[in-house]
Ligand binder design. Structure first.
Ligand code: SF4
Ligand code: SF4
Length: 365
């Protein structure tokens, strides 16, 4: 029997109404691209599921990933997610310090053996384990010790997923990703510099609701958020298709909102959900603010060429490669994945129904 109250009990205790709870379940289904028929099942699961113990480990990182998650606007899905889990160790957010903090980590590991979730941000230095330690324990030792009793691991941010900035040439600390060290546990990568808070929340919600990680792509990223490129969903795409490009950040094309491809936008080769979920509570995303995508959720993005160098330049309908990025990745694969994504989108639309909160309340009675 878990020492944690169920999520339903916990939310009721905080005065969250049945209606708000159903709205939350609808939001979970929506961000995970699940059909409306799943909403009652999500509600049922969350009612009876104990709060999930989670241990958050921060290694070679800038705290941007934690900032991303905590700077969301309240009350939000992200806020509710923290009601879904018991965050038993997070050395930036927890009040405890020193021995008390490490005791909390050990108690969570022993009390939830085989069932807790490990969330990691930051890369792990192997050049010299002493480059980064917590409570005198090297990052590599702490990672292995904590993950040994975990049910699954979530690598949050580009540093944990691929090595990130510390891994950039010449990689002075010998930084590596989580999945290069852990091979015997389910791992999900949520890359991004920083990652989108809604995506972190969605993955945790999926794990809590269904007891397993969602479907992943070949880079261990959740399909529901990384199944399409920024370019696939970019609102400037009609300008790209017409060949209308800004040439500088202050020319007439830029003022008209034309495509930023020639200014180095990496949207065509970057899989992430920025163009749909957006940032700052859905206000906008970098391309909407006039700057091209940097490709922060792809491996090696710091070493992949200049941020302002175009992937390739369209000349009279012919694409000419100009940078270290492979042309195939930029154009041919982009076209193929565009067709595949169009198919996926139309299937997703067919699988979706519309449902109102009132419908759900009626069905719950
Ligand atoms: S190249 Fe960049 S700005 Fe242009 S349509 Fe694609 S994602 Fe949008
Ligand atoms: S628009 Fe591109 S660079 Fe910016 S956060 Fe999204 S994926 Fe990263």
């Amino acid at each position: 029997m878990s020492k944690y109250p169920t999520i339903g009990e916990s939310l009721r205790h905080q005065g969250i109404s049945r209606r708000d709870f159903l709205k939350f379940c609808t939001a979970v289904a929506s961000i995970l691209a699940l059909p409306a028929a799943m909403i009652p099942k999500i509600a049922e699961a969350l009612e009876s599921t104990p709060r999930q113990s989670a241990i958050w480990l921060s290694f070679q990182e800038c705290t941007g990933c934690t900032e991303s998650l905590t700077r969301s606007h309240a009350p939000t899905l992200e806020g509710l997610i923290f009601d879904l889990i018991s965050l038993d160790y997070h050395h930036t957010l927890q009040a405890a310090a020193g021995t008390a903090a490490e005791s909390a980590r050990e108690a969570a590991m022993q009390g939830n053996k085989g069932n807790y979730l490990v969330i990691v941000d930051g890369s792990i230095p192997l050049g010299n384990p002493g480059y980064s330690t917590i409570a005198g324990i090297s990052n590599v030792d702490m990672l292995k010790e904590v993950v040994a009793g975990a049910k699954a691991v979530v690598a949050v941010g580009t540093c944990a997923a691929y090595g990130g900035i510390p891994h950039a040439a010449p990689n002075p600390t010998g930084a590596v990703s989580v999945d290069s060290l852990i091979t015997d546990k389910p791992i999900i990568n949520i890359p991004g510099c920083p990652p989108i808070p809604l995506v972190i929340a969605g993955v945790v919600a999926h794990f809590v609701t269904f007891g397993q990680l969602p479907n992943l792509d070949s880079l261990k990223r959740p399909h529901s958020f990384f199944g399409q490129t920024i370019h696939d969903r970019c609102y400037r795409r009609p300008f790209y298709d017409k060949g209308l490009f800004a040439e500088t950040f202050d020319d007439e094309g830029a003022k008209q909102g034309w495509c930023l491809y020639k200014l180095g936008c990496k949207g065509p080769v970057t899989y992430n959900a920025c163009a749909t979920t957006k940032w700052n509570d859905g206000v906008s995303f970098p391309i909407e603010s006039g700057h091209g995508c940097l490709g922060c959720s792809e491996p090696n993005f710091w070493d992949a060429g200049g941020f302002y160098k175009p992937l390739s330049v369209p000349i009279n309908g012919v694409i000419k490669a100009t940078t270290g990025y492979a042309l195939a990745a930029g154009a041919a694969v982009g076209a193929a994945s565009g067709a595949l994504n169009r198919l996926k989108r139309s299937q997703a639309r067919q699988n979706h129904e519309t449902v109102t909160i009132t419908d759900l309340e009626r069905n719950q009675k």
